[in-house]
Write a protein that binds this ligand. Structure first.
Ligand SMILES: *[C@@H]1O[C@H](CO)[C@@H](O)[C@H](O)[C@H]1NC(C)=O
Ligand SMILES: *[C@@H]1O[C@H](CO)[C@@H](O)[C@H](O)[C@H]1NC(C)=O
Length: 142
């Protein structure tokens, strides 16, 4: 009987280890592909001057890096933006200042395609730290 138990464990443990390994190999890419705040990336560069060098102009590109075949379902992207009040108006349908440290991207729309999902320019004496504070991820279609 003892021998049978030992044999059972001798096969059960490697089998279990293999199962765990398979689970990792097959499930990890899916977990990785899931959406998170890291799916949205904000790039800013200073690319010009307003009124002959009076004030820098910053160019902002928001990228959706979530790359799931058929589209990544995320939306309601909020970003930090200090007290965003640049020297010329930004289309609020693209970037809307809601309250202190809270700006909304594309009116909260779902951003299903990957790549640049929004871009705009602003002029201000210094760069606003614009970082993603939250996104809403929706379940992917199987
Ligand atoms: C975004 O997609 C979700 C899930 O399909 C849906 O429930 C929600 O209403 C959509 N939001 C907008 C703003 O279209
Ligand atoms: C926020 O954005 C600014 C400007 O792009 C960047 O320099 C800074 O590192 C970001 N902060 C965090 C916590 O990611």
């Amino acid at each position: 009987m003892k021998g049978a138990y030992r044999r059972l464990f001798a096969t059960a443990i490697p089998a279990f280890t293999l199962l765990v390994l398979f689970a990792f190999v097959f499930f990890l890419p899916q977990v990785h592909a899931d959406c998170s705040i890291w799916s949205i990336k904000v790039d800013q560069i200073q690319n010009g001057w307003l009124n002959n060098g009076e004030m820098p102009i910053y160019s902002v590109a928001v990228r959706n890096n979530c790359d799931i075949p058929g589209g990544c379902r995320l939306g309601d992207v909020h970003l930090t933006c200090a007290d965003f009040n640049p020297s010329f108006l930004i289309d609020p349908d693209i970037f809307r200042h809601l309250s202190s440290h809270d700006c909304l991207l594309m009116n909260g729309a779902n951003l299903t395609r990957s790549g640049v999902v929004a871009s705009f320019e602003y002029a201000y004496p210094k760069l606003y730290p614009i970082n993603v504070s939250s996104v809403t991820c929706f379940p992917q279609h199987p």
